[in-house]
Every structure is written in C-alpha cells, then in structure tokens.
Design a protein around this ligand. Structure first.
Ligand code: H2B
Length: 98
C-alpha cells in the first residue's frame, strides 16, 4: 500500500533520487524551498500542485512568502513518510521545472 510507512532504508534510497529535499531530524517528513521569479510564478506552481494533490488525495503542508514556497511532506495517517510523499515531491519538482 502507498500509505504504509517506509523504513529508514527505503526513505534514504528514495531521498537519494531527489534534489533539494531534506529529511527532518525526526525522519518523519521531507522539506524543500522553491524559489521563483515572482509571486505569479510561485502561485502558478501552487495552483498546479493543488490540482495534482487533489487527484492523489495527498496534500502538502506549505507556506508562501512573495516568490518563495516552503514545502513539507509527510503522511499524517502513517505518522511518517510513505511512497505518496516521494511521488508528490517528484511531481512538485516537475511542476517547478526542475
Ligand atoms: C481522508 C483523507 O484521505 C486523508 O485525510 C488524506 C488526505 N490528504 C493527506 N495528505 C497528507 N499529506 N497526509 C495524509 O495523511 C493525508 N491523508
């Protein structure tokens, strides 16, 4: 199941396949800061991500200040990281154009 908590080893392997994402000290979430050219670009990224997240029924914890979007991903249901978090991280990287 995609909502099953991943082992430390699985998390490390999946994290190695991502760029710019950092594992929290407690191992329960991953975070990344996205920087855009301006507010419109940042908000377009959030809009596209919102649609993708709804489809997945998996949602980011995030905040936006001007052209910066700070994102934290985890699976509340599993109290940790699942395959869904890494799937959403990859989608967000693609939407952001990297
Ligand atoms: C009932 C619903 O499917 C759950 O609350 C989903 C919705 N979106 C979610 N998003 C995230 N990030 N973690 C979850 O555990 C989660 N659970």
């Amino acid at each position: 199941m995609t909502r099953e908590k991943l082992s430390r080893e699985a998390v490390a392997a999946l994290l190695a396949g991502l760029d710019g994402w950092a594992l929290a000290a407690d191992g329960k979430s991953i975070s990344r800061t996205f920087d855009f050219k301006n507010f419109s670009e940042a908000f377009a990224f959030m809009m596209r991500t919102a649609l993708a997240a709804e489809k997945m029924d998996h949602h980011p914890d995030w905040s936006n200040v001007y052209k910066t979007v700070n994102v934290t991903l985890n699976t509340h249901d599993a109290d940790g990281l699942t395959a869904l978090d890494f799937e959403l991280a990859k989608k967000m990287d693609r939407i952001a154009g990297n």
